[in-house]
Design a protein around this ligand. Structure first.
Ligand code: NAG
Ligand code: NAG
Ligand code: NAG
Ligand code: NAG
Ligand code: NAG
Ligand code: NAG
Ligand code: NAG
Ligand code: NAG
Length: 362
């Protein structure tokens, strides 16, 4: 019970995330209307993109997407007041990934790091996760739905005030981690030049070939932690062993981070993992794109031989972004899959901000 209370507490405490001398944060809820076609079979690796109409069904619903909005608290602190970063967490994480409650929010908070450098952000909980709406039937939460909800949030940021008195933003840069990057990629495939995003920074994700979903040990969330999740559809899953998210070298991350990660973990719909091969399909997205992965990422790099030759990796990854205004791949030395959560986090944070500044001027 204590552990349950703790994780609830971390959840509720997140509005303090990254608040400080130069930054104001608040919780927001954005209602989005999503009307999409999903495959009847949620194990379809291409999430319906290669299916004929008869194997699809419609999901037409309104969802609340919850998030933490952070902005520099004086205009002079911001050179980019018309740009916002939409931060999208990975599988079995929630929006707290971008500002984890470890070391008093220092060191590992990208929301704080970027805010101190003049950039606003909205770190959302994906559909079905955290404080956002969770459809009763996990098979309603497939890439078309999750990604559609993110694009609607991006449109909202460009069309309405996120907090009273604030102008809509002119540019939205999507920054994803892992499955969050795959959701942004899915949107770029479906929407192409109509995408509401002005640039994408895709972290912790390389092309995922069909039939090779990352080998994470998964359990129905209701079996893993009945106190929190007893009522959930068993296709909402989680993982009790999160070591693959970190570098293999135990000296490269804080043991306290592992403990907090375990307490604050969330659920993910099984389809999010099974449909990851959508990231191997071409996107006609016309904005600038960058990928950032850790050299010690145990899901994509370490031991695979993919990440040593950055020029070859860039060429392979660029192939599915033929229309991108620019395309870069950065392999962050020493970082694991969760680039934000180990001792090297500072390096990738600087890389992300560099791309956001470049994309904001583009
Ligand atoms: C459409 O897809 C369904 C299910 O995958 C399949 O059974 C059917 O043969 C397909 N029809 C056509 C015309 O391709
Ligand atoms: C969204 O949140 C508002 C305010 O809490 C609530 O009134 C509304 O019913 C929610 N909508 C959905 C679709 O959950
Ligand atoms: C704003 O831009 C100026 C000039 O490029 C730079 O010196 C300053 O550090 C920037 N301020 C912030 C908060 O990024
Ligand atoms: C956190 O950052 C501070 C200041 O940059 C540094 O002194 C400290 O060692 C870092 N702590 C951890 C656990 O990384
Ligand atoms: C979830 O929805 C699908 C499609 O409508 C349906 O086939 C399935 O039985 C539903 N599952 C549950 C647990 O209600
Ligand atoms: C933008 O806002 C206007 C006025 O509130 C609304 O009519 C329109 O549907 C919105 N567009 C989008 C894409 O949200
Ligand atoms: C977690 O998985 C790793 C391999 O990925 C294994 O070495 C480790 O012993 C496992 N930890 C627990 C507590 O099962
Ligand atoms: C993770 O947290 C659960 C309770 O939520 C606890 O039972 C388990 O021992 C923890 N595992 C680790 C590796 O800290």
């Amino acid at each position: 019970m204590l552990l349950f209370t703790l994780s609830l507490l971390f959840h509720l405490s997140r509005i303090f995330v990254a608040s400080g001398a130069s930054c104001d944060c608040s919780s927001v809820v954005i209602p989005v209307h999503v009307d999409v076609l999903v495959p009847q079979d949620p194990t379809d690796p291409f999430a319906g993109l290669k299916s004929n109409a008869s194997s699809l069904r419609r999901v037409d619903d309104t969802f609340n997407i919850s998030g933490t909005f952070c902005q520099p608290n004086t205009v002079s602190n911001s050179n980019n007041s018309d740009v916002i970063q939409l931060l999208v967490h990975g599988f079995t994480y929630d929006g707290q990934y971008w500002s984890p409650p470890v070391e008093e929010f220092r060191n590992y908070s990208y929301a704080a790091f970027s805010c101190e450098r003049g950039l606003s952000s909205l770190a959302v909980d994906c559909l079905g996760v955290g404080l956002s709406s969770r459809p009763v039937n996990a098979s309603d939460v497939q890439y078309p739905t999750s990604s559609g909800a993110l694009s609607e949030v991006a449109r909202h940021l460009k069309n309405a005030s996120i907090v009273p008195g604030l102008q809509p933003f002119k540019k939205v840069i999507g920054i994803g981690h892992s499955a969050g990057s795959a959701m942004l990629t899915f949107g770029a495939i479906v929407e192409g030049a109509q995408s509401p995003f002005d640039g994408l920074v895709l972290t912790g994700l390389l092309i995922n070939e069909p039939g090779s979903p990352p080998a994470l040990p998964l359990t129905p969330a209701r079996d893993d932690t009945p106190l929190r999740w007893s009522a959930l559809d068993p296709a909402y899953v989680t993982t009790s062993n999160r070591s693959l998210f970190y570098p293999a070298d135990p000296n490269s991350f804080s043991p306290r981070m592992r403990v907090f990660d375990n307490f604050t973990k969330d659920v993910g719909p099984m389809a999010t993992l099974l449909q990851g091969a959508t990231s191997s399909l071409p996107a006609q997205f016309a904005g600038p794109v960058a990928k950032v992965v850790g050299s010690e990422d145990q899901l994509f790099c370490a031991g695979t031989g993919r990440c040593g030759d950055v020029a070859a990796l860039t060429a392979a990854e660029r192939a599915v972004w033929p229309a991108a205004k620019s395309f870069d791949v950065v392999v962050a030395p020493g970082s694991g899959h969760d680039l934000n959560l180990d001792f090297m986090a500072d390096g990738p944070f600087g890389t992300f901000v560099g791309f956001v500044e470049q994309f904001s001027d583009a």
